[in-house]
Design a protein around this ligand. Sequence first.
Ligand code: GDP
Length: 329
Amino acid sequence: MTSDSRATTPPQPGGAPSVADLVQQARDGQPRAVARLISLVEDRSPSLREVSAALTPLVGGAHVVGITGSPGVGKSTSTSALVTALRAQGQRVGVLAVDPSSPFSGGALLGDRIRMQDHALDEGVYIRSMASRGHLGGLSATAPQALRVLDAAGCDVVLVETVGVGQSEVEIAGLADTTLVLLAPGMGDGIQAAKAGILEIGDVFVVNKADRDGAVSTRRELRSVIAMTDRADGSWTPPILLTTATTGEGVPEVVEQILAHRAHLQDSGELERRRLARTRREIEALALTQVRSRFAHLSGDTRLDTLAAQVLAGQTDPFAAADTLVEHL
Ligand code: GDP
């Protein structure tokens, strides 16, 4: 750790604002400052620690909602409809669209997502896409930092949506206070969801595309499967709602259930438990990233070579050699 991690940096040459200024501007609702801060945390800028320290006293107010489901069930359409419904209640909303398969971040990905452009000019909405491929520590190291920025910027709700195909649905749920699981009729999704372990983590289930045949029977099937599922939080029975995201029908009821789940989390102490678990994972991911980068620095070091030679020569075993290496990190 650097000794100056909590020092404030002066304004950057060329007139770029200091971290303290950026945080203040984000609090004041300036979207460019929010975007800049997210870029700083995502790019692992040298000022990352300073940003993180500046945000820490400002976070905790945002309710994080993870949105998961197979590609094509209507996640992005639903996310946009949820933004509309939340905005109708005057809530400030952040959207973090995470693409685990892409190395590209920023605006490029969202440029294709026409529906989100409905909200592009709304000052109460921050939309950000984030890639995780190729990023040190992956999603688990970068997404919590971006969430922190949106939280500190005063978002009441942050929607985290997975874009594209990925194995990270459960990982997304790990970031969320409330996990929304989307299904659609006629996709054999009840079974798919059971396989992915998503039934255990869903707090609110949504059968989208209710304008199509089979939505009611999908809901019935889902209800009986959920009843047999051993859930982590047994004191909450997840509701199953029907929506047509393209028209917004049923979406206000989803918002209602998200808020009901939030109240349940607060009253039961489960919110604290989830957030502690989330923060533990975040710290662990950061610590592992640090350890990994120290190993990377070892590549030019002869210590590892020496240990390898000793193991080969039968002078020590690999476990003892690993202990020695870790001790010296
Ligand atoms: P994602 O891959 O899960 O993000 O799904 P999208 O939101 O991109 O939606 C996939 C397709 O389903 C798009 O063509 C949407 O217009 C369509 N879609 C989304 N919601 C509904 C709905 O409620 N009813 C119908 N009929 N189509 C929908």
